[in-house]
Design a protein around this ligand. Structure first.
Ligand SMILES: Cc1ncc(COP(=O)(O)O)c(C=O)c1O
Length: 296
């Protein structure tokens, strides 16, 4: 993402960045600011996912100085519920970027090779100027890629923008990516994730609805999350900790602050075991804390 922002700044000759979503540990975007001089992020502004009005206001104010709008096209913020784009949201972001001459960068590091082989942009039909991909592309091998329109990326080819690193030349990532993509296409891995994950999520929805503990399921079949709503007694953090700890006791690890994924490798038995553990963990939370009461 940092390389993509540098490319966008070189292409537009502008500095400001408007961003939405988690883009990693880098100086310009990390939420924990310790150790980072303010000047490295003072030209970066944040907008909320699905809040086109907020983006529009920011663009009215800063638009002519904005090099890039960056966002995860599918909403998967840290700790919080996942969100699909509201009708017209991604199209609106695209329009605003074009109107103000900013480079639109999609962070598809989690979504590409998962929602579709071509990422959220293929699923939702909105094409950015640059897209950054990684993770699923090589089934865990260390490789990521900045992709996009040649016109925007020409600064690299012409030597105006320099991007490199110690591990750039590592060929195992490239080989793993080619092989992974070949297998994904041949075995319709993405179709399998949607089909198997869809059934799993349906099952979880049924289980969660049985227990009034404030648990919520969000996301789509390949990527989903169980979060806990804020409650009147302020106990949602304890409910969450207990729920996830009880899962671990039953041999199932789901991250409490990060959504989960359905993998091609998951068997029906794996998912059945996970669903059973989730039901037991919810029953434990329900027994321990009693009925959930909405905050406010
Ligand atoms: C959506 C998203 N963007 C960006 C990053 C950062 O990737 P890296 O640490 O390789 O820069 C991550 C890493 O988890 C991510 O999930």
């Amino acid at each position: 993402m940092t390389a993509a922002v540098r490319i966008a700044r070189a292409y537009t000759g502008r500095v400001k960045v408007i961003r939405c979503g988690f883009h990693g540990w880098h100086d310009w975007c990390v939420e924990v600011k310790g150790g980072i001089p303010k000047k490295l992020y003072e030209d970066v502004y944040e907008f909320r996912y699905n809040d086109l009005d907020q983006l529009e206001d920011l663009m009215k104010k800063h638009g002519d100085d904005v090099a890039a709008i960056t966002l995860t096209p599918f909403g998967h913020p840290l700790h919080e519920k996942m969100q699909e784009p509201a009708p017209g949201f991604l199209e609106g972001v695209r329009e605003l970027a074009t109107k103000y001459g900013a480079v639109l960068i999609f962070d598809e590091i989690r979504t590409c090779f998962r929602l579709r082989l071509g990422g959220a942009q293929e699923l939702y039909g909105v094409v950015p100027d640059l897209a950054v991909v990684g993770k699923g592309m090589a089934n865990g091998y260390a490789i990521a890629a900045v992709t996009g329109r040649a016109e925007v990326m020409k600064g690299i080819a012409e030597g105006e923008v320099f991007v490199s690193s110690t591990y750039f030349g590592n060929s195992d990532g490239y080989v793993a990516a080619l092989k992974t993509i070949e297998i994904m296409e041949r075995e319709d891995v993405i179709g399998n994730l949607w089909e198997k994950g869809g059934r799993f999520l349906e099952r979880l929805r049924g289980i969660i609805s049985k227990y009034n503990v404030g648990a919520e399921l969000s996301g789509v079949a390949p990527m989903y999350f169980i979060t806990f709503k804020r409650d009147r007694e302020g106990l949602f953090r304890q409910r969450r900790t207990d729920f996830y700890a009880q899962l671990i006791r039953r041999g199932v690890f789901l991250a409490p602050y990060h959504h989960g994924y359905i993998c091609y490798r998951h068997t029906e038995e794996d998912l059945e075991e996970a669903a059973r553990a989730i039901e037991e963990a919810l029953a434990y939370v329900s027994e321990k804390y009693g009925e959930f009461k909405e905050e406010g």
